[in-house]
Ligand binder design. Sequence first.
Ligand code: ACO
Ligand code: LMR
Length: 633
Amino acid sequence: MIINKQSAEAGTIDAAFAGGVLFRRDTQAIFWNNHQTAVQRMLDYDTLIGRDLPSVAAIVSATGSSRFGKFFFGSSEILIPIYKSSAEAVAEHTGADVLLNFASFRRAYRITDEALGIPGIRTIMITAEGIPERHARALKLRAGELGKLIIGPATVGAITPGAFKIANTGGTIENIIASKLHRAGSCGLVTRSGGLFNELAHTIALNADGISEGVAIGGDRFAASGFVEHLLRMQANPAVKYLLMLGEVGGSEEYRVIEAVRDGRLSKPVIGWCIGTIASHFSTGVQFGHAGASANDDAEMANTKNEAMRAAGIHVPRSFNDLPEIINGVHSELHAEGIIGDITEPVVTSLPEDCQTALDSGRVRKRTHFTCTISDDRGEEATYAGYPISAVATPDTGFGICDVITLLWFKRRYPKWATDFLETVIKTVADHGPAVSGAHNARVTARAGKDIISALVTGLLTIGPRFGGAIDGAARYFKLGADQNMAADEFIDHMSERGVLIPGIGHRIKSKKNPDLRVEGLKHYAETHFPATPLLDYALQVERRTTRKKDNLILNVDGVVGVLMVDMWHGLGYAEEEIDRFIDSGTLNAFFVLGRSIGFIGHILDEKRLGMPMYRHPFNDILYDVPLKRDEP
Ligand code: ACO
Ligand code: LMR
């Protein structure tokens, strides 16, 4: 809607704001930037005032990858769609006519300018500080021409109590209730600062009946909509019965208000005060918190402006401390005249408390779904069984990889003879060439073009009772034989009667004549460093019998690791039940998995490096014994 040039320059209210109403109970906004806390605050306000429609229709996040944000609306969770641009968001949410521009000052101008060109948007609020003044002026001019309103830059926003609130305006829910911002009062409030906006809303709630609408125009020297534009709009809004402007030192905005009072455009009672009166006590100009809060000449001094307002018939207190009294006086007079009626205080909907907040405060308790007894990542630094990572990670800590393994797998640090044994196991089983089941699978998978994880997993999946995964079984059965005092022959018969091959016995290529030197190395380490090796001794008795039957039925690498793990745990003082639990849960095979992953990854990387083509097994290496098709009788 185009308005005439004169009114565009003056920022006069467009017909879109007929009745002076800024926001209604069904107003919806597009929130530019995924500021989850601010969005949640708006939705919590909606709950407080009993809105059915969320005040945020959509979020714009140019860089984020999420397509929806999860928020609470009352006690339910809702999804708010996230778009890449304002245009996309408005196209999908035609009812949303407010754009809350929370972009940084570098992008805020471009985004506002773009939003001005989107027909559905009629109000834009800019939160960024430090937008160049020429940009703010250009935005104001364009908004005026288009009959749109820009609040800001450098503002916390605005509120129509009981209808719609921008982001953090009014502060916390507790503050909002204390300041009666959850329901409409009768004062129209304009300030520059958001902090003082909250302060005054509270003062008005204590000394009158609260506010009907409030706007913080922003602290930059040039506001895209000034005091007078908002006060004139509020003049047109029948719900606003009197006006309060909190100006400040610097700028000449307040004189435009004085002019409007003098020429009768503002006929509702106006209360005014300019903060920064202290500046006149300094010999040089003082810059207050806002960019615009500094007087360039005498007319911009707060005292001068207060005097001028008083002379124009605006209610101006003697000092800021007297403001409550003035508010109370104006409100009481209008009430006595019947212009302001009584307000029945609404029942305040209590906001559901956030589960985490209630938990943190100890007001509620909740059952957990998981238990973790090995590591804790909640503090400043994650810990392994109580040790911060930094206390175990670097060489100077004296912790090696097997100390970390025992902390995370067994929740204690083992003595050096035991961690050295575990390290020997891992190094010993790390690889056994490309021909073994797992390495072959990993290589074939890598050559099929699969990624490193898939290829590794195919290798790992071959680990089982025949290949590498016989360690737990070896520990279980040899321990059973030894615990039950079975003689070696008796044990072999026992296993054979049950049709179970003894796990840990036998090897495809290793034998008595071609001994497995890995087995010899582990045996030697244990004989030298372990306090005792009773289960190894028992397994060797069994091996003496099995190798009599066949030369390759040796105690293999799985077998020696299995029995030595049990001997290690006995040496460390573990109870039998604890050792049985380790065996039952597959702990011993885990050492093969861990060690052999090193080798599998090596094979996969080797294939990738070599760039070998997809593997196809040769026909001549397969015995085809497929029945011929028979003619049906
Ligand atoms: N316990 C008892 N008897 C066995 C065992 C055993 N573990 N292994 C083989 N035999 C028997 C066979 O039943 C067969 O008997 P038979 O002649 O009366 O029929 C005979 O010994 C010969 O067996 P082979 O055919 O030579 O053994 P093979 O080479 O096929 O198997 C294998 C090797 C798979 C390792 C086998 O010995 C076995 O299954 N062992 C148990 C599982 C195990 O320890 N696997 C880990 C190996 S090491 C590693 O993967 C890192
Ligand atoms: C291994 O460590 O992979 C082996 O002992 C198995 C094998 O077949 O060599």
